[in-house]
Structures are given as C-alpha cells and as structure tokens.
Write a protein that binds this ligand. Structure first.
Ligand code: EPZ
Length: 419
C-alpha cells in the first residue's frame, strides 16, 4: 500500500504543469462506445480511474489503448458485452457513464449499481429516471441495472430533480442517438459537460446549449470517428494554486484554463493570496504569509467546486480568524477534517458545516487518506506542517492526480512515495 512521506516548511517555487481533466476523460472515453469508428482523444491523463475506464471499454469489446504519443485511441467496432461488471464498478462509480452509450448503441445494458462511497450514498436514480423517459425499460436485479430499449430510444423533455454532472453526461450520450429531440432541463453546467458535447458534435451529434442549464439534442442515426483534445483539469490546477498559497510560495501553474477557476480565485484573493493571469493558460500564485479566514459554500458550477473544498479547508487552518465551510453537494465530505485535527488544526464539524479556527501551526503526523480529494488536502497540510507527515492509502490520490509527488517535488516540495 503506497504511502507519501512529506516534510513541510518549503515554499514552492517554479512552474507546475496541469494534466488533462480526469472528469472529462471518463465521459469522453465512454462516448467512444457510440460509434464503430476510431476516436482519438488527446491529453487523457494517466491516472487510475482512466486505466479502469480503458479496461471497461475493452470488456465491452472495444479496442482501447494508449499510443506512443500519449494519445488514446478507442475503436468500438463491435460491442460484444454491453456490461459494466461489479468488479469494475466497485472501484470506480463513474463506470455508470457507459450506461447511456451502451443502451443507445446496442439497445441493452447491464451495469452494476455503484456501491456507496466514502463521500456519500451517490445513487444514480436520476440517470435511471431519465433513461426511462427516453423509452428504455430498466429493472434492478441482483445489484445490477438491466436496461433494454429494443425499439431504440425516443427523444423526451427531461427535467433533473437536482443537478447531476454524470447524470447530465449519461443522458446527453443516450440522447444523441435517440429519435427526435431531447431537452435536458436543470442540466449540469460543468466545463466537462461542455467538453463532452464538443466531442459528440465532432462525431456528428446535434447539440445546443451544452454548458448551460438547458441542453437541446436532435438525435441522429449514426455517429462517426473524431479527434479531440480534452480540457485541462481545473481541480488539479486549483489544488496547485492552493499549494502555492499554503506554502507562501511563488508558483506558475501552466496549461490550465483560468476561466474554469473563477470561484476559487475569488476566494483566494479574499483570503489575501495574490493570483494573477500570466499569459496563455498560466496563473501565477504567491502566498504572502498572512492569510485571512473566508467562508465557502460549495455549489454546482460555476459556484465553488465541492472537489476543492477539502484542499481549501487545509488552507483555512493557516488563516487568521474563523472560516465557515459549508458542503451542499455531498452528505459526508469532511473526513479529511478529522485527519487535519490530528495534525493540530482546530476544526469543528456540525452537520454540513465545518468551522475552522486559525491560524494553527500544523505538525507532521501519520494520517490516512479516505478519498481522492481528502488525500490532496492531507498532502497540502503536510507541505506546511512542521516535521514529517506520512499519508497512507495514497492509491486514492492516484485515481485523479497524475504523478502528483513528482510534479510537487519539481517545484521544491519535500515529498516522496514510499512503496
Ligand atoms: C461528478 O460526480 C464528479 N465525478 C465528482 O468528482 C464531483 O464531486 C461531482 O460530480 C460534483 O461536482 C465525475 O465527473 C466522474 P453528481 P457525480 O451526480 O456526477 C446526487 C472527483 O473528486 N445524485 O453531480 O457522481 C449525488 O448523491 C469526483 O473527481 C442523486 O441523488 O456527482 C450528489 O449528492 C468526486 N441522484 C449530488 O446529486 C443521481 O442520480 C451531485 O452528484 C445522481 C446524483
């Protein structure tokens, strides 16, 4: 079980590159199932969840491999097994992203229900309800969703009870081959949704409004191959901005899209961190020692991202004053708080709110990562803590960050992987 050893106290300085977005890679890879022709995807990060998705596509019968130049090519000429088995889904709940494409392409799908996960129940009832509105019949049997649409899918007006990112993506991929028009109302506006739509349009889909709350799709009979470069990872970029701030460093985050980070940048500036655009796809962040506590409420995009909540909490442990952090998206996304407290932070969790009192000096400790973004939070805390921090179960962080310890070490962090 890999661990990270982090020795704190070094201001990070230099250029740190951002990889392609994991949460864009997963839906765009699933979209390759919609055509028998070859699809090339570029800037796909080499992270565990991507490897899991490539394995799943191969299980479905597609050819899916990474080329020498780093691009990924998927050809789903035949889909011999329209299924996402439990063994795969239990390691990555985003496997449910193949439900819509398999149903749209083959008229059937058998996808294991995702178990719960550390941050919440995370049901897929809204995915299922939407697919039923498109004319599919779905039933739950032995922990699997068995879906059928023998006559194909028909367009419908679908209003999401609550905003769901992969729910929007699943239904978008189902609708592009449905007969007639589909309207998705109260759709997710995340940049990853718009990126998926951009790929689908290159494949021949007819989509308007992706990236807004209302998406209109006119179904087509067939999609063709395409070549697409996915967007940069805004959560990785945000994590690095916070790393520069928490170590009072001077970092140039390169290869990012600053427009996707407006909510975080505003909060960092309110807290007294200097964040400036520094040319194409580059953000310069400078911590200037004193930090002011600010409140954060996580919201769907373009609000403050829930995936940056844990990382921002680590920063607030060093800020002067009281920070109220409210998590509105998931019901159990404060596990990192308990580990931060073990490092010396003053944090009280009351329901959906964490109350952080700072500044508190952190001291290195042995801590355990519970989920992907919590592990990033612990790395950030280790970078500012005195002494050594050993973070266990870093396989969580490998799910969504490409060689994070190498990237951080290259800008001065004292971090290394213990195998
Ligand atoms: C996506 O998860 C991301 N994952 C998550 O990133 C991210 O935290 C989340 O969106 C919110 O931004 C991917 O894109 C692969 P939701 P998703 O459906 O789609 C409830 C990371 O760290 N809900 O938008 O699963 C759900 O329980 C990961 O990279 C239903 O009730 O999230 C949650 O409370 C973690 N029924 C809320 O909606 C449904 O059918 C938002 O979930 C679907 C969701």
């Amino acid at each position: 079980m890999d661990k990270f050893l982090v020795r704190g106290g070094v201001p990070l300085e230099g250029e740190i590159p951002v990889s392609g977005a994991k949460n864009s890679a997963l839906p765009t890879l699933a979209a390759c199932l919609l055509t028998p022709e070859a699809v090339t995807l570029r800037r796909i990060p080499d992270v565990r969840d991507v490897r899991t998705m490539l394995h799943l596509l191969q299980l479905n019968g597609a050819q899916a491999e990474r080329r020498e130049d780093g691009s990924v090519c998927v050809t789903a000429a035949e889909i011999s097994r329209p299924e996402a088995p439990y063994e795969v889904v239990k390691t990555m709940r985003a496997s449910s992203l193949v439900l819509g494409p398999l149903l749209a392409r083959t008229g059937r799908a058998r996808v294991s229900l995702p178990g719960g996960c550390a941050i919440g129940a995370r049901p897929i009832n809204l995915h299922i309800a939407g697919l039923e509105q498109l004319g599919a019949t779905l039933r739950q049997v032995h922990g699997y969703i068995e879906a059928e649409a023998p006559q194909g899918l028909r367009g419908a007006l679908i209003h999401f009870d609550r905003i769901t990112v992969t729910g929007t993506e699943d239904l978008l991929m189902a609708a592009v081959l449905a007969e007639g028009e589909t309207v998705l109302e109260n759709a997710a506006r995340e940049p990853e949704v718009a990126d998926l739509a951009a790929l689908l349009v290159k494949m021949g889909a007819q989509i308007q409004g992706a990236g807004t709350s209302t998406i209109r799709i006119r179904g087509v009979s067939r999609l063709h191959g395409a070549d697409h470069t996915i967007i940069p990872d805004r959560i990785e970029a945000g994590t690095f901005l916070i790393a520069g701030a928490i170590t009072s460093g001077d970092l140039l985050v390169t290869g990012c899209n600053p427009d996707h980070l407006a909510a975080l940048i505003a909060k960092l500036r309110q807290a007294g961190v200097e964040v400036r655009r520094a040319g194409n796809g580059r953000l310069r962040v400078r911590g200037r020692g004193r930090l002011t506590a600010v409140d954060v409420v996580t919201e769907e995009y373009p609000g403050f991202a829930t995936d940056l909540q844990a990382q921002f909490m680590a920063l607030m442990t060093q800020a002067d004053g009281i920070s109220f952090i409210t998590e509105t998206i998931f019901e159990n996304r404060f596990m990192h708080a308990l580990e931060l407290v073990r490092m010396g932070a003053s944090i009280r969790v009351v329901g959906r709110q964490a109350i952080v009192a700072g500044p508190r000096p952190l001291s290195g400790a042995q801590v355990i990562a519970s989920d992907l973004r919590a592990s990033a939070s612990l790395v950030l805390a280790g970078l500012v803590a005195s002494g050594e921090t050993v973070i266990d179960r870093v396989y969580h962080i490998d799910r969504g960050y490409e060689r994070i310890e190498e990237k951080l070490a290259a800008v001065g962090a004292q971090i290394r992987r213990l195998v």
